[in-house]
Ligand binder design. Structure first.
Ligand code: ZN
Ligand code: ZN
Length: 452
């Protein structure tokens, strides 16, 4: 077996890995990088000879795992592409949205390579995607000699870890994983067995989670922050990613309303969030879901869906605005809405997801209440942050200790550390070398091949 790291950078983003075994060549994920532009956002696809792939497997539909898929498929029309049904539905919608974003950026960033693919290319790609269920065993390769199986990874609905086996040799790729229950997404259910090699995500390797942390307490703290805002006649802005976090948040709010922690006030969503919530509702009976059967768009009390074409919801104090994007990127509803929220001490911005330090969300968090931020990348004008600003941890990634514990329980011969910044991978390497002294623990450089 041979592993090659096709990620272009030694960090999170452009996830793409080649596994070669018994003459079968399988690519795991094909992501884009959120902080680069044009062709630099793609993995090292140029290292793959055209027509040389048997299969492409997708762990889940976040763009750092799927954003480059249409480009890879165009270069390798021969490859079978497989994923779960939830990844297929959500991935299609997210790739179409990504075409729209790239079209807008073509002018704005003067990036002639954009869009990297068209709506038509996404439609055509989608038609050929195969769906495989969690727990189903299927074969890959010409002589079908590689056996493959998906395991529920937590993280987001439909996310999987991928187990490959050939000639009694086994490989396991965690993808992005969470071992704890979220509100909507059930916890990972990963196999514990002695793998020859594992590729594991290291996202949260750079810090230890507060040992006192509990998601339930964090949810309650969110409810209390909402209540304080409503009590003083304010509105709450919660910038959220359209896929995953929006639906997690809506279910958390529903639980808080049911438990009488917060009153049943109107909750507004809009834009891409509506589309992604429609898809989540179609999967309301998915075995990977909690609150099985509950349809958010039909059954959530007081949900207000922003009509198509409206660029901004009407603003009313006493309401919650759960608007995308999570990082408040320019030209998104949450970015535009910031102008309404920032100037008043009555309002709050509550952050529930990841925020890059260079995004508006990251800048507001860094400046805090009383600080100043430039709302636009191109304007020196700064606005004062007069509203409350709070952050909550509802991460969909496992804390580092849990990933190490899981890896140790599998006692692999080789561990490949992927999907993490340098300090994060360094922590994992030191910790795993200490706890698995016989294992090879490798941080594969971009492009590097490792014989397993
Ligand atoms: Zn992810
Ligand atoms: Zn990821």
């Amino acid at each position: 077996m041979r592993f090659q790291n096709l990620a272009r950078y030694p960090d999170i983003g452009t996830n793409c890995y080649l596994l070669e075994t018994g003459g079968t060549r399988i690519v795991l994920d094909a992501g884009t990088h959120p902080k680069h532009t044009g062709k630099d956002t793609l993995p090292l696809f140029e290292k793959l000879e055209p027509g040389s792939l048997d299969a492409i497997l997708l762990s889940h539909p976040h763009l750092d795992h799927i954003g480059g898929l249409p480009v890879l498929m165009k270069q390798h029309p021969e490859a079978a592409v497989a994923m779960t049904e939830a990844t297929r539905e959500n991935g299609g919608a997210l790739l179409h949205n990504s075409v729209n974003v790239m079209k807008a950026q073509r002018e704005e960033l003067d990036e002639p390579a954009y869009p990297l693919y068209s709506h038509r290319a996404v439609d055509e790609a989608e038609r050929t995607w195969l769906t495989r269920e969690v727990g189903e065993t299927f074969s890959l390769g010409d002589r079908e000699r590689v056996s493959c199986r998906f395991f529920r990874a937590g993280h987001v609905l439909g996310a999987v870890g991928i187990r490959l086996e050939h000639d009694n040799r086994t490989f396991f790729y965690t993808g992005d994983v969470h071992f704890e229950e979220q509100t909507l997404v059930r916890a990972a259910s990963f196999p514990v067995e002695k793998f020859d090699a594992m590729a594991i995500e290291t996202t949260r390797g750079d810090h230890q989670r507060d040992p006192e942390y509990s998601r339930a307490a964090e949810q309650r703290r969110l409810g209390e922050a909402i209540n304080r805002t409503l009590d003083r006649g304010g509105a709450v802005l919660i910038p959220v990613f359209a896929f995953g976090k929006t639906q997690e948040l809506l279910l958390m709010l529903r639980e808080l309303i049911d438990a009488d922690v917060i009153p049943p006030v109107p909750v507004h969503i809009g834009g891409l969030s509506t589309r992604m919530t429609q898809i989540a509702d179609r999967f309301s009976h998915d075995p990977g879901r909690n609150h099985r059967g509950f349809k958010l768009l039909e059954e959530f009390p007081g949900l207000r869906v922003l009509a198509r074409g409206h660029r901004e919801p009407e603003f009313h104090p006493g309401a919650i605005y759960a608007l995308s994007s999570g990082m408040m990127s320019e030209h998104t509803v949450s970015h535009r809405f910031a102008r309404r929220i920032l100037p008043s001490e009555a309002h709050s911005i509550l952050f529930v997801g990841y925020a890059d330090k260079d995004s508006l969300a990251g800048r507001i968090l860094a400046a805090g209440k009383g600080g100043r931020v430039a709302l636009s990348d191109n304007s020196p004008h700064e606005s004062e942050i007069r509203c409350d600003v709070e952050r909550f941890d509802f991460s969909g990634h496992a804390p580092r200790e849990q990933i190490v514990d899981y890896t140790v329980s599998c006692d692999p011969k080789t561990v490949l550390l992927v999907h993490g910044d340098e300090p994060a991978r360094a922590w994992f390497k030191a910790e795993l070398e200490r706890r698995l002294p016989k294992a090879r623990v490798i941080i594969p450089a971009p492009g590097e091949s490792v014989d397993l």
